[in-house]
Write a new protein. Structure first.
Length: 309
């Protein structure tokens, strides 16, 4: 199935793939380099958000489902949901928590002068979140609370891609309603995948209590969300990088993936065009590009990008 818009995004100062069409950078968070706030790694999510809004306008509607793969605590999805009124869904085995981001928003809402100062690009005090405060104030005033993004608490891996493929291969009553046999197969997979995610303990991550109220536990609802996806986003999805692209190709939807670590020991079957094992970042980019001949490569400008990965 054809893919509408496919993007492989690289840090502007990081290793490059060497070749391929180069589209313009998504946007630079300005700074003189003196401020920890302006240089913060946390600001990378705003660069990615700006890129998605500019490069995928056809999917920036409340009706388009966006999968935020390996979304962690869910900052990108929270911003897309509350600042942009979109329908993102976090796909991550970890619990999604937004309290730290909401705490920052509350501070800026309570200190409008400070928010106005931090919203000015080019200053060392620049904080991209501050520029979104007028919209976030409107959201809170209209609904008394912020939106909670939906959450599929599973690993996006080869098993999930194959389960979706099986569900799609069975005769459908209509596009988004699988037959009973497809339901049974998917339900079995979903129960196992959910249990595996809950039991997993990702390195360097501490669970923060109960699940997000946005978690989708019903198997049929989860399948519906996945089949309805129009854009898959993977920001440093690590082990899920292959699966992000494979699922997008299966669904025929757009995708934007920012590759990070290669993990050669975990994926020994990856091969370069010459048949060697994929070991370096450049090897990895070339390997990913062979998955989709229509894939485009672009750059995202992050501060200290060579260290961000």
């Amino acid at each position: 199935m054809s893919v509408e818009n496919s993007q492989l995004c690289l840090p502007c100062d990081g290793p490059q793939s060497g070749g391929g069409e180069q589209r313009g950078a998504a946007g630079l968070v300005p700074s003189t380099g003196k401020s920890k706030r302006a240089m913060s790694r946390k600001n990378r999510v705003y660069v990615l958000r700006n890129f998605l809004l500019s490069q995928f306008p056809e999917h920036m509607t409340p009706e388009s489902t966006i999968l935020d793969v390996a979304g962690g605590k869910g900052d990108l999805s929270w911003l897309l949901s509350n600042a942009d009124g979109l329908c993102p869904v976090v796909v991550d085995p970890r619990t999604a928590k937004h309290c730290h981001l909401i705490k920052s928003v509350d501070y800026l809402l309570d200190h409008p002068k400070e928010a106005a100062l931090r919203a000015i690009p080019g200053l060392d005090t620049h904080q991209p979140l501050a520029a979104l405060i007028p919209r976030l104030r409107q959201v809170r005033d209209e609904s008394d609370d912020f939106n909670v993004p939906k959450h599929l608490r599973v690993h996006l891996d080869d098993r999930l891609v194959m389960a979706v493929k099986r569900a799609r291969s069975v005769t459908f009553k209509n596009e988004l309603t699988p037959s009973p046999s497809a339901h049974a197969s998917w339900n079995s997979f979903w129960a196992e995948a959910s249990a595996q995610a809950e039991a997993s303990k990702p390195l360097g991550y501490t669970e923060l209590g109960a699940d997000s109220p946005g978690r989708i536990t019903d198997a049929a609802s989860a399948l519906h969300v996945i089949l309805d996806t129009r854009l898959i986003v993977g920001f440093h999805p690590d082990q899920a990088t292959d699966a992000c692209i494979d699922l997008a190709l299966e669904l025929g939807c757009s995708y934007a993936v920012v590759p990070c670590c290669v993990f050669p020991s975990e994926f020994p079957d990856r091969r370069t065009e010459d048949g060697d094992k994929v070991r370096t970042y450049d090897d990895f980019i070339a390997y990913l590009r062979r998955k989709d001949p229509l894939m485009e490569v672009t750059t995202l400008e992050f501060h200290k990008a060579s260290n961000a990965r």
